[in-house]
Structures are given as C-alpha cells and as structure tokens.
Design a protein around this ligand. Structure first.
Ligand SMILES: [Zn+2]
Length: 317
C-alpha cells in the first residue's frame, strides 16, 4: 500500500513539473469605428527648454537596472505580460539594426524638434516599455488602446509601408520623416490601415485604427521611433501619461544613443535561453544548460513547482 501511495505521489509530482501546453490566441474584440474623433486637437504647448545630455554611465546603469527589473517582473506570468505581445516583432526591418547607423553621417548632437510632433494615440497607459524583454530587445513601446481607437502620425512624412505581418506587427504602417530628427516611425497591430504607401501625411493625421493583429495578445499600439534604423525609446521624446513631449527641442547625442543601444544589444546577446518543449522539466533543463534548478528558479522568478508552459523562454544564464 505504501509503495502505491509513494508511486502516485511521484506521478503527481512529475506531472506538475511537466509542461502544459497553452497556446495564446489574440483576443478579438468587436470592431468599433472611431472616426468621429478625427479632427486634430491642439498640440501641446512647447516649452523651449533644452536640456543637457545624460552621461554614459548613467544611461547604461539605468538600462541595466531596467533590464534587471524587467527580467524579475517577467518571471511571474502577470496579466500585464499577457496583454502585451510576447513574441519577436522585429521580423520586419531586421536588417535595420545599429549596424546601419553610421555616426559619421550624423552630427554628434541631433536636435529632435518635438514641436512638430503629435501624440500617436490619446491613450496614456504604457503596457510594455522599450528595452530588454525576456530574450530580446523590445524595439518600441506598447500603449494600451481599444480596437478602433484613432492612431495618428507622430510627425509629418511619407508613408513607406502599409503591410500585414502575421507573426509580428500585424497590420502596420511605417512613415519616413525628414525634418524632425526622427527618421522613421512604426505603428503596429492596427485593426485598419487608413493610408496608402506613398501618401504624404501631416503630424496628427489619422493613419489607422488601433487593434490586436499579428503577434499580439490584447489590443495595443506598438509604436517605434527610429533614427537611421536605430530604434530609440519613444518615451525619450513622448510622455504618454501626460500626453505631451518631454522637451520641445530634444538634444540627442548620437554617440551616446549608439553606445546605449550597443550596451542593450550586449545584454541581450549575453543571455542564454531555453524554450520549453513537451516533456521538459526543470531537472532536464538544468542539466542540459549546466546550471542548477535553484539558479533557473531565481533567474526566472519561478518555483520548483511552477508549471512550465510549452514555448516559454527560460533564462539560463
Ligand atoms: Zn511592442
């Protein structure tokens, strides 16, 4: 009898350690047109203050801190994580990384003219910041929007891409800009695109409606700001919470920006991950990666008894 109890206990223990499959499907909400809110509103009043640049050490420290906090937070599967996109989005423009930035072609300090900007969405809640995500760099910022919410061009420019990408950005719009300092903005996961490639747009023009298309598990806007291909944190320039820009004229040291992004890439490439497969358990994963179960638990903020979802990325270094 005792052996039988022990046996069933072991089976229970083993099954709890084994992975359970949970495929996430994007939530499809009823379509809601929001074109009534088309008329552009007053842009925020510029404050003409120009700030000095951050120091390199500060920026990198901040970044490391952010990435640490994030990795801790991502250990728990929270609602916050569930409503944001959880898979690589950078399928488009993958070639457009830091390597395309030739600092010699740019002045050392670029003055980003935010007086020419417009908030891409009137929603204020950032659901996922720019920077290190579990196993990759999140090259934009996620803002909670409802399906059908108005999405606007952040700067004047020419629409360069109106495309659909099933495993990434979903319906997205890309705009090239010339005279504001930011050279490109991207708007992802739209339910509808309301511009065509080649269209000229002004800041504040409606370009699409918010949605949940592509690799996304809840309606949100994925918004990117790039300078010569290099992703920049949109929160550097836009304050979504207060619906305004951070500085009227934002002085950006390109050397600094490049150093920051290189540091971020270094953090990303130094991390080793294991994607949970059917039949995996912590013991196997630990053995395969030459680390202890305790360390996997600590790095990922999980317990020995946590059920491992198939496909989940576990940090292993
Ligand atoms: Zn995103």
């Amino acid at each position: 009898m005792r052996i039988q109890y022990l046996f069933s206990f072991l089976i229970l223990l083993a099954s709890s350690l084994y992975a359970q499959e949970a495929i996430e499907y994007g939530e499809v909400l009823p379509f809601k047109e929001n074109l009534a809110m088309n008329s552009p509103k007053e842009s925020p009043q510029p404050d003409m203050e120009v700030v000095g640049r951050r120091t390199a050490t500060n920026a990198i420290q901040q970044m490391e801190q952010t990435s640490e906090n994030k990795s801790d937070a991502e250990g728990d599967i929270s609602d916050e994580n569930e409503i944001t996109d959880s898979e690589p989005e950078e399928i488009i423009e993958d070639q457009e990384t830091i390597t395309t930035v030739d600092s010699t072609q740019l002045p050392d300090t670029l003055f980003i003219d935010m007086t020419k900007s417009y908030m891409p969405t009137e929603n204020r809640r950032v659901t996922s910041p720019f920077g290190m995500r579990t196993y990759r760099i999140h090259k934009g910022i996620d803002i909670k929007v409802q399906v059908g919410d108005t999405i606007r061009a952040a700067f004047a420019g020419v629409v360069s891409k109106v495309r659909y990408e099933r495993r990434g950005y979903g319906n997205y719009v890309m705009i090239e800009h010339v005279d504001c300092g930011i050279t490109k903005t991207v708007y992802g996961h739209l339910s509808r695109q309301l511009v065509s490639e080649g269209d000229t747009v002004q800041a504040g023009d409606i370009i699409g409606l918010g949605g949940n298309t592509g690799r996304s598990t809840g309606s949100h806007l994925h918004f990117e700001t790039r300078i010569n291909g290099m992703p920049m944190d949109p929160a550097t320039f836009f304050n979504f919470e207060n619906q305004t820009f951070t500085k009227a004229i934002y002085p950006l040291s390109m050397q600094q920006a490049k150093a920051d992004y290189t540091a971020l890439e270094k953090v990303a490439s130094a991390r080793r991950y294991h994607r949970v497969r059917p039949g995996d358990n912590l013991g196997k994963i630990a053995q395969r990666n030459g680390i202890s179960i305790e360390k996997i638990c600590r790095l990922n903020g999980i317990k020995r008894t946590t059920v491992l979802r198939i496909g989940r990325m576990l940090r292993c270094s």
